[in-house]
Design a protein around this ligand. Structure first.
Ligand code: SF4
Ligand code: SF4
Ligand code: SF4
Length: 225
């Protein structure tokens, strides 16, 4: 039988936007279990609110607008000619969907961008735009990103400790360039390429010594299942 945290997490929309004042959807699920109000996920809307009320056995509440506006099904895109390569957007992205090297143009890997909008505000030249995508595509991306974000949260490498991720960003950049090149070609196995990128980022954490190497191996294996 699934645990309550899994049921609550599955109900949340997986934008990983942090608007509920936690680092992502699963941390918010845990926070609800620990007693936080269940009405802070505005992007989830009324449907999610009602499901959370039933799952958490709470009294009905209105969505709490203090936690920000909702989100639509969208993806981010960098306006190439305006990007100054400052890397600030990389630091903000919860799913490592932005790649680029210092002083060079950055690119969003649209296959893993949840549309969370966290990269918009840090961009000093306002060169990231949002493009609406279909609900089906957005849902598939958000669900696919869920496991990766959870593994990262397990590794305690959420963005508050971003300074520890410089090494990962370099790897991101290399792997991302490779993936984007491959995406131009036919017959690319995108799932395999993305798994390779994400595994590389986790592998790089071995140098950060945040977790024992055995634990990291276990997490990397989980990513591959
Ligand atoms: S979608 Fe955003 S606001 Fe909703 S639970 Fe996930 S991180 Fe929190
Ligand atoms: S690229 Fe921007 S909008 Fe997309 S997931 Fe990353 S931070 Fe969110
Ligand atoms: S924050 Fe803006 S200017 Fe800086 S690298 Fe990202 S897209 Fe380019």
């Amino acid at each position: 039988m699934p645990e309550l945290i899994d049921l609550i997490n599955e109900t949340l929309p997986q934008f990983q936007c942090g608007r509920c004042d936690t680092p992502g959807c699963r941390p918010y699920a845990q926070s609800i279990i620990d007693g936080a109000p269940h009405n802070r996920c505005v992007p989830g809307g009324e449907d999610t609110l009602k499901k959370l009320q039933i799952l958490a056995k709470r009294e009905p509440l209105e969505l709490d607008g203090k936690y920000g506006p909702g989100l639509i099904n969208q993806t981010a895109q960098v306006i190439e000619e305006e990007c100054i390569g400052c890397k600030k957007c990389i630091d903000a992205c919860p799913v490592d969907a932005i790649v680029g090297a210092a002083n060079l143009m950055h690119v969003v890997i649209s296959d893993i961008c949840t549309g969370c909008e966290l990269c918009i505000e840090p961009c000093p030249v306002d060169c990231i735009e949002l493009v609406e995508i279909s609900k089906e595509v957005s849902l598939a991306i958000r669900q696919a990103s869920e496991k990766y974000v959870e593994l990262k949260n397990d590794l305690k490498i959420v963005r508050v400790s971003q300074n520890k991720l410089n090494h990962s960003n370099a790897l991101n950049s290399l792997m991302g360039d490779k993936i984007n090149q491959q995406m131009q070609q036919r017959n690319i196995d995108k799932d395999l390429a993305l798994e390779s990128l994400q595994s590389s980022i986790l592998e790089s954490q071995k140098n950060e010594k945040l977790l024992e190497s055995d634990d990291l191996e276990r997490l990397i294996k989980q990513l591959r299942t």
